[in-house]
Design a protein around this ligand. Structure first.
Ligand SMILES: [Fe+2]
Length: 266
């Protein structure tokens, strides 16, 4: 194997350092689930910036991730790893991103507002790796490390997700929720409450598991050797290009498949 820092590469490493460098972690808990779909569909899911604003009621209604946010798509020089970076906005109605989006519920409110009791943390702000001399303060970073690890910050919630394939049509998905050793008890509780968005029954993540199952069922209808293709915005993979500064793109997915085919000797 390549040395770790070399494997991750200079584009993605700063986003791992932002969360982990020099910090002692605190384990908060685990979730596990089994999803009846090909394992790569979960990597696609977390390299697809476009679906959260269409599919996830929680994201589009409460402004955690949607098309009118400032965002950036980063990949390593091989296209195998990626980071989807974005900044929360106020949610609510914006005609261009909520009209016709059935998952947007203008009148949805929370009985327990502590679920979205977001408190900004100092470590969120870092020197911008793509624009030296400026800083950047994302509220969400979704890091996908080839082939099977995801590391995510979604406001105050932090977790890793590990994909464990069980053949072509099924995988186990293992979530590890964590915080930092120097967190106050209040911050630990906040991270745990916000972790309810994720995991097998998560207010957001339950949707993804279900859609992966739908997709796998869709592929099956073509039988052994059949193929299914959905394209958004072209055929290139943008490997070696500067990061995309919006979320209407699927280059992170195409680049991952291009690398996967290379790794598999296709
Ligand atoms: Fe999703």
């Amino acid at each position: 194997a390549e040395p770790f820092e070399q494997y991750i590469g200079p584009n993605v490493m700063p986003w791992l350092d932002r969360i982990f460098k020099g910090r002692e972690l605190k384990l908060l808990g685990y979730n596990r689930q089994r999803i009846p779909g090909n394992w790569k569909l979960m990597m696609e899911n977390i390299k697809d910036p476009y679906h959260p604003g269409l599919l996830h009621t929680w994201f589009v209604t409460f402004g955690l991730w949607r098309a009118d946010q400032k965002s950036r798509m980063v990949m390593d020089e091989h296209g195998r790893h990626a980071v989807m970076i974005s900044r929360r906005n106020e949610g609510g109605t914006n005609k261009s991103v909520t009209e016709g989006v059935t998952s947007f519920k203008a009148d949805m409110a929370l009985h327990d507002t502590r679920l979205l009791d977001v408190v900004p943390e100092a470590w969120w702000t870092v020197d911008d790796p793509s624009n030296s001399g400026t800083t950047i303060t994302p509220t969400v970073t979704m890091i996908t490390l080839f082939p099977s690890l995801i590391i995510q910050q979604q406001v105050n919630s932090l977790s890793t997700r590990h994909i464990v394939p069980r053949g072509a049509g099924e995988f186990d998905f293992v979530w590890t929720h964590f915080g930092f050793a120097d967190d106050t008890e209040e911050m630990t509780q906040r991270r745990l409450r916000q972790a309810n968005l994720f995991g097998p029954a998560g207010f957001v993540s339950a949707d993804d598991g279900e859609v992966i199952e739908f997709s796998q069922d869709g592929f099956k209808q073509w039988g052994e050797g059949g193929s299914t293709l959905v394209e958004l915005g072209g055929r290139g993979d943008d490997v070696g290009q500067p990061p995309t500064e919006h979320m209407v793109t699927e280059t992170l997915i195409r680049s991952m498949y291009a690398y996967w085919r290379k790794a598999m000797g296709e």
